[in-house]
Design a protein. Structure first.
Length: 247
């Protein structure tokens, strides 16, 4: 069971800035870094997308997206990224990626994404972490549960640390841009892991096949910030400060 006492917060969580830095990708150069990471992960490592001659993975949704990077403080390199695809408020019929992929899988008795104010919704997608940071040596392709052990003092902090950092950074970026509802196409294991830190993530439809078995899910920005477990609040506050500094 995860304890919530402030004195028991693992050092890596309490000192995130010693290991990583969250950086909003606002400039063309920083967006290029995100596209480079995505190509390495989605095209080269996993083969989810075709390789590109310029070794940059991008799509038409990037123009309407908010992009985020995470950098290793020690190495000085960008090692992960994600984005929020914003719904197009001027075109209520233009779907976000998950709306197209899950067109017949969404349970519209739970939520109809098209009925929500389009300027208040977005989709988290293209979350990527380069392989050597997903796990310790020899563990790059294994599942990465969010547990106390995962935050112990390894020379290279493990994947859940980066994963949570990117998700909390994305949530703060959404909050700053008045995005209240975040959709994500994920697997059940990741959804259960996020629930362990207090993220109220709700399944909104049937599973689909998209680079493996995925399920459409929904999160509310306000609810996440209200219900985030106390042991993770210092991490969130640190990330929020880094994002504010990068805007």
């Amino acid at each position: 069971m995860l304890s919530t006492g402030p004195s028991e917060i693992p050092a890596p969580i309490n000192n995130f800035e010693q290991y990583f830095e969250i950086v909003p990708a606002l400039s063309p150069a920083l967006k290029e870094e995100a596209f480079r990471i995505r190509h390495q992960v989605y095209c080269e490592d996993l083969g989810f997308e075709p390789r590109r001659p310029n070794r940059r993975e991008s799509d038409p949704y990037d123009a309407q997206s908010l992009h985020l990077l995470i950098r290793s403080v020690h190495a000085g390199d960008f090692v992960g990224c994600t984005r929020i695809v914003r719904a197009q408020s001027q075109d209520t019929q233009r779907a976000m990626p998950f709306e197209q992929i899950c067109a017949d899988a969404i349970d519209r008795a739970i939520v109809d994404p098209a009925s929500l104010p389009r300027h208040t919704v977005g989709e988290i997608s293209r979350l990527s972490i380069i392989s050597r940071y997903r796990r310790r040596k020899g563990e790059a392709w294994q599942p990465a549960p969010i547990t106390d052990k995962a935050f112990s003092k390894y020379p290279r902090p493990r994947f859940p640390y980066l994963l949570i950092g990117l998700y909390l950074g994305t949530i703060e970026l959404a909050r700053l841009n008045n995005i209240e509802t975040l959709f994500v196409l994920t697997d059940q294991r990741l959804a259960s892991h996020l629930a362990r830190i207090g993220v109220d993530i709700r399944t909104i439809g049937m599973t689909v096949e998209h680079h493996g078995t995925r399920v459409p899910s929904m999160m509310r920005t306000t609810s996440i910030l209200q219900n985030l477990k106390p042991r993770f609040r210092p991490l969130y506050l640190t990330i929020a400060k880094e994002i504010a500094a990068g805007l």
